[in-house]
Each structure stands twice: as structure tokens, then as C-alpha cells.
Design a protein around this ligand. Sequence first.
Ligand code: KG4
Ligand code: ZN
Length: 347
Amino acid sequence: MSLHGQLLLAVESSCDETGIAVIADGRRILSNVVASQTALHAASGGIVPEVAARAHLRWIVPVLDQALADAGATVDDVDAVAVTYGPGLAGSLLVGINFAKTLAWVHDKPLVGVNHLEGHLYAAWLRDIGQEDGPDPIFPLVALIVSGGHTFLVEMADHLTYRLLGQTVDDAAGEAFDKVGRLLGLPYPGGPAISAAAEGATAATRFPRARTAGPYDFSFSGLKTAVLREVAGYRDRGAPIPIDGLAAAFEEAVVDALATKTVAAADEYAVAAVAIGGGVAANQSLRTALRQRLDALGLPLLVPPPAWCTDNGAMIGAAAGFRFLAGDRASPALEAIPNLSLAWSEG
Ligand code: KG4
Ligand code: ZN
């Protein structure tokens, strides 16, 4: 069996995007439909789990219909049905898992359970249908995963094997963006809002970079507190708060921390490439900073287009391709594991 000729249907519902994709050959996107709940959660300034689960239920059938129509495929055409089983919100995960289980059972297809974090990693070499050139996985590589719930650096010597080099000791990078966005009065989610406010602005200050015990660990809670203090200072003085300038200073500090440690790890472990994934990898400043610093070392950066950095079904299909090939099959008893971690060995 090889990835060539393989056709998978992949379902993602771990957080606030309902995503279903049809993926060929382990990485070619035949369709990738995402129903985002961002507008729904903007009103409350964050995700309400119950609301998220209900929205998945509302949208999952229309998203499947659209994904099959776009791909010109039926469920009977695919080799397997893949689904995210963690980490994520329990209620949201359950909608996708039960949906995928039912599809697999009715159509007599194998079921493949996928770790959401592995999906973010495997998005790095996805390709659009018809796209001949594109990034290939080159091993060994260092991968930075930066999402709303996770921030870690791993070394991959080969497919599906991970050695942990470092991780956040407090907030995830995306969580820091979201919290600071709220603090600056910007709309939810904070990541894109801060990025837009920072564009073209001059940093209002220079926030300190955190020191961590592990060389490749990250810490963002001190930075969040520093922004809070800065905002309070302006308030106390009755001065207008330079939202854009503070957004720029915050983004600069986060990007610097992420890029500095990722590049240092790539250098120390003498890898052949660097991959990044997760919602924060959509950040243009981070992409530019990493590309510039890695260019200087002659290392390629494997990074998905912004739309494939945030949650989607295609990334789950990309990881599922290799899992399926490796013989991974989920039982009909597959359960949601909200705190699932990537199976890594300690660095
Ligand atoms: O990977 P993702 O879609 O969901 C999780 O698995 O968490 O990541 C969502 C996170 C949010 O915290 C959001 O603010 C952040 O990614 N994000 C960004 C950008 N776009 C999304 N952060 C910084 N800059 C962006 N352009
Ligand atoms: Zn995610």
C-alpha cells in the first residue's frame, strides 16, 4: 500500500471550525470546506463550548455535502474516514467523532483517529489539486506548533516520530494573542486583530523577552502582564492608549521569542528544514521573521498558506494519510480525548 491513489475523507471539529476535506495521495486537497464560528463567538468575546458544539451539529451535514460536491466524490469512493479525537473541547470533538463513526459504519469504511496537533504539523506539505510544485517533508526537521491551546517545538527524524525540544510553561502563543487582544479592546479572535492593528504601526515600547529554564521553552504570561501594566499606566495618566503601538510591541516580542528559539533549535540540531503550523503560523510577521532568519542559514521554511494554518479538515486528512498507511485503525469505541498530547519522546 502507498499514499499514491489513496483517498480519504477527513473531519475536524475540535474547537470552533467545522471542517471536512477530501484528500488524495496523502496531501492533495480535492476539497476543504470550513464553516467558521468566529462571528458567533465574537459577541461573547470568546468560545462558549455549548454554543460551539451546537454550531458543529448545525453545520456538519451541509459541510459534508459541500466537501463531497467540490471533490466530485461520494463517501463510497474513499478508502477511510478520518476524524480528530483530541485535543480540544469535549462537546465539539464528540460531534465530529460520532458523525465520522456513523459515516464509516454506514459505508463500511475503516475509521482513523487523528491527533489535532499532528494535523497542524502535516498541513506544512499540503498541496492544492493541480499544484505540481510544493513543499516536501525533508527530515530531520524542527517543527514549531503555535495554536490557541498549544506552543511547542519538536524534532522529527521521520514521519510520525517526535522528540520534544521545548514547550510553553504557561500560556500558548495564540492564547496570549487572544488575551492581549481583549485587554486592548480589540475584537475576538485577538490574533488577526492584533496583527491588523500592528501593521504599519511603530512599537510604543519594547517589552522584555522572558527567560525560561529550558533553552527551547516559551513563556508568555509575563508579557501579558507587562501589556496590562502599560495600559494601566496610560489610564492612570489619563492619556490615550496607543492601541496600535502596543499591539506592534506585543507582536514583536512574541514573534522574536518564537523565531529566536526555533532558529536556534534548527541550528543546534543541524536539521534540514523547519516547519511551522497552527493558527499563529498565519501571522505575517512571524512568517517573515522566520523566513529571513532561516534564509541566512540556507534552511527551507515549510509553512502552509494562512488558511491552512487555522483549523481545517485537510490537515487532518494529511496526517491521517500516514497514519492509515502505518496501519492505524480506530475502533468503533473511539472516544474524545480533550487533553490528548502528541506522543513524543523527551528531548
Ligand atoms: O490552530 P487554531 O485555529 O486553533 C487551535 O487549535 O487553537 O489557532 C487559533 C489561534 C487563536 O488563538 C488565534 O488568535 C490565532 O490562532 N491566530 C493568529 C492569527 N490568526 C489566528 N495569531 C496571530 N496572528 C494571526 N494572523
Ligand atoms: Zn488547531
